[in-house]
Design a protein around this ligand. Structure first.
Ligand SMILES: Nc1nc2c(ncn2[C@@H]2O[C@H](COP(=O)(O)OP(=O)(O)OP(=O)(O)O)[C@@H](O)[C@H]2O)c(=O)[nH]1
Ligand SMILES: [Mg+2]
Length: 650
């Protein structure tokens, strides 16, 4: 007894559209375009690698809305705020300030007065941000990194000076928080260090059926060449990149398809590889689903590091490869194997030795500009810096350190106020932090504590990093007057602060040397851990390949009794179906043979398949026919070619 499956194709059997033909994808094999506006100023750690690119806030066109002034203020004046379990900083600071020093007592008195009648001076007690409101003229809440076209031109932002009347009443607080978080961070910041990209390796070229026909060479034999392998997808660290902004415009990367084989046993050429360039310090994750972060696949830390992400599909075999002792005239060739595809999430954590943190307008960018060759934008308003700036500080040829100037942090940043605090992830790889305090602010101690708290709320490990405090703007009398009380206060906590005037370049050298010392100590400490070998960077490609080359006899069968349909599912079988070229009559014979050889037919019979049932294997839909055949393996003679509907050609 023998059985056959007659083949007819459902729409599912149609080949997938060939993406490589899409004119939009032209040139995708090339590396992403560099951002035209970036300034190239600074160099990498040891001055030998290609220069790093410095992105300054001045290049960005977006701003964010600042929180209402009430959110910064004293909890005693706002019951809803006081009830928040999240931040009790204002309370604690005020209590601590009153402990033992005169200037703090004065502040405390002011606080008492304020709770009485003089409301205007509330603002003076804390930061002056209540006076400014940055607003979006045309903000689109849905716009995100993938909204390519509205990036530079369509978003218009303004900067408004006003006495804010917003009263924070605590109602809908959570929703407000969420909204602030969503909308508060400018698009350019969201895309600076995060991106989602699609990568696909090239499909293999098809094999062909051809026969040698030459004068004086009778029965020349099969001569169809194999298709070429599809191009691979690599990911590589480009030392001159320091952001993921190029992925805002270009997120699809497809390698080239292998060429088809030709007569005279000519094999097709390999498809063009594609290299996705990323900045140093990029983490590559599999794209997560339903808000769950995907698994980390790679972490690229060194310029020039290159990993093979996806191997191109195998080329289909031509009929010359099918010649055998029993079949000397094979009329069969394979399709090329489809290249695998992946959605990836990229996250950048800058690689710097020292991170400069502090409240907005404290003078962080000014400090970076005087200690390195970096030229960040400096201006007398908060949030001048929207994107981190990198600079290299060099003491001599061997002693250098990379310093990152970060956007300003303010109290409530963990709730999305100001620019939020997501950018703090760029300090995670720093060995030390320099905390710049604006000496001319109303309460430098308050500012210091607020920023420390935000660091802690972002990550306790970050708060534990070695840091030093630089009290800035000492050239101003308001600052120099506050210096001694500030110093006393910090000394009481076991911190020895530095004072400096970044503008006059006074005291900056001491700060830099102290920071370098912290970095050096950290490097010494980590030396004991030893150099960590990044290991095999091609493991992603190997993992994908392993999944795809699963044995053909590993499959599962499920039955839908309602429609009498049998589903045979297995990656090996799926790949086999995809590579079968139904144009050639021998392909059906081979397909039937493989189904029998790998046990599909046997399993179906065992499970009770009946005449007329539908069997779906991969993308193929077939009808099962029982029939008796006494002629052994030549049962294929009973196949009816007429019943076959050919799939759309690839
Ligand atoms: N008088 C004086 N002004 C300073 C000093 N350092 C910085 N400034 C001024 O303070 C203002 C803010 O300086 P920035 O370096 O932009 O401050 P920032 O901390 O980077 O500010 P954001 O990027 O907005 O967070 C500028 O007008 C600087 O000129 C200083 O030592 N003395
Ligand atoms: Mg700045």
């Amino acid at each position: 007894m023998a059985y056959s499956i007659s083949i007819c194709f459902s729409p599912r059997a149609l080949a997938r559209p060939n993406n490589t033909r899409n004119p939009r994808n032209k040139g995708l094999s090339k590396t992403p375009n560099p951002i035209p506006k970036l300034k190239t100023r600074t160099t990498s750690r040891n001055f030998r690698s290609p220069p790093l690119t410095s992105v300054s806030g001045g290049d960005a066109t977006t701003y964010t809305r600042l929180p209402p002034k009430e959110d910064f203020f004293l909890p005693s004046l706002d019951s809803s705020y006081e009830s928040s379990s999240e931040v009790k900083l204002s309370n604690s600071i005020m209590t601590r300030i009153t402990d033992g020093n005169t200037s703090s007592n004065k502040l405390d008195n002011e606080k008492v007065d304020l709770s009485g009648e003089e409301e205007v001076s509330h603002e003076k007690l804390v930061f002056d941000y209540g006076k400014f409101e940055l607003f979006e003229v045309n903000s689109d809440p849905d716009s995100d990194c993938e909204n390519d076209d509205d990036y530079d031109d369509d978003e218009t932002f303004g900067f408004k000076y006003e006495e804010s009347d917003n009263v924070f009443d605590g109602e809908g607080f959570e929703e407000e928080e969420e909204k602030e978080k969503e909308k508060g961070v400018p698009a350019v910041m969201r895309c600076f260090d995060r991106a989602k990209i699609y990568v696909k390796s090239g499909d293999g070229g098809n094999g062909v059926v051809a026969f040698r026909r030459e004068k004086y060479v009778p029965l020349g034999g099969p001569s169809g060449g194999d298709g070429g392998r599809g191009g691979n997808v690599y990911i590589e660290v480009d030392g001159s990149m320091n952001s993921l902004l190029p992925f805002r415009k270009n997120i699809h990367f497809r390698a080239g398809r292998g060429q088809h084989g030709q007569g005279r046993k000519q094999n097709g050429a390999k498809g063009e590889d594609v290299v996705v360039k990323v900045a140093r310090g990029t983490i590559i994750r599999e794209a997560g689903q339903d808000g769950i972060q995907g698994e980390v696949l790679l972490e690229l830390l060194y310029p020039g590091q290159r990993a093979l992400l996806l191997r191109g599909g195998r080329g289909g075999r031509g009929n010359a490869s099918f010649k055998s002792g029993t079949n000397k005239v094979p009329k069969i060739a394979e399709n090329g194997e489809e290249g695998p595809e992946l959605w990836l999430e990229l996250e950048l954590k800058l690689v710097a030795d020292v991170g400069i943190v502090g409240a907005p307008n404290a003078g962080k960018s000014t400090l970076l500009s005087v200690i390195s060759a970096a030229q960040p934008t400096i201006a007398n308003y908060p949030y001048t810096t929207l994107l981190p700036n990198l600079g290299v500080v060099s003491f001599d040829y061997d002693a250098t350190m990379v310093v990152a100037d970060l956007p300003g942090l303010l109290e409530g940043a963990h709730r999305g106020f100001g620019l939020g605090h997501e950018f703090l992830r760029h300090t995670e790889r720093c060995s030390a932090l320099v905390h710049v305090v604006d000496g001319s602010s109303e309460q430098p101690e308050y500012e210091f504590d607020a920023v420390r708290l935000e660091l802690e709320l972002f990550s306790p490990e970050l708060a534990e990093k070695p840091y030093l405090v630089a009290f800035n703007k000492m050239d101003l009398t308001e600052a120099s007057k506050k210096w001694s009380s500030f110093k006393e206060r910090l000394r009481a906590c076991g911190i020895e602060p530095f004072c400096m005037s970044a503008v006059k370049r006074e005291g900056t050298h001491e700060v830099t040397c102290a920071a370098y010392e912290l970095v050096r100590k950290s490097i010494e400490a980590n030396k004991e851990e030893g150099w960590r070998d990044p290991g095999n960077l091609n493991h992603v490609a190997e993992m994908v390949q392993k999944q795809r080359t699963a044995p053909i006899n590993e499959f599962e069968i499920s039955h839908d009794s309602g429609s009498n349909t049998w589903h045979v599912v297995g990656p090996g079988l799926q790949r086999f179906v995809q590579m079968t070229n139904w144009r050639y009559i021998d392909s059906e014979r081979r397909f039937q043979h493989v189904l029998e050889a790998c046990g599909v037919s046997k399993s179906l019979i065992k499970l009770g398949v009946k005449e007329g049932d539908t069997v779906i294997v991969g993308e193929m839909e077939m009808v099962w026919h029982d029939y008796v055949d006494n002629s052994g393996p030549s049962s294929m003679r009973k196949w009816s070619v007429d019943s076959i509907k050919w799939p759309r050609c690839r």
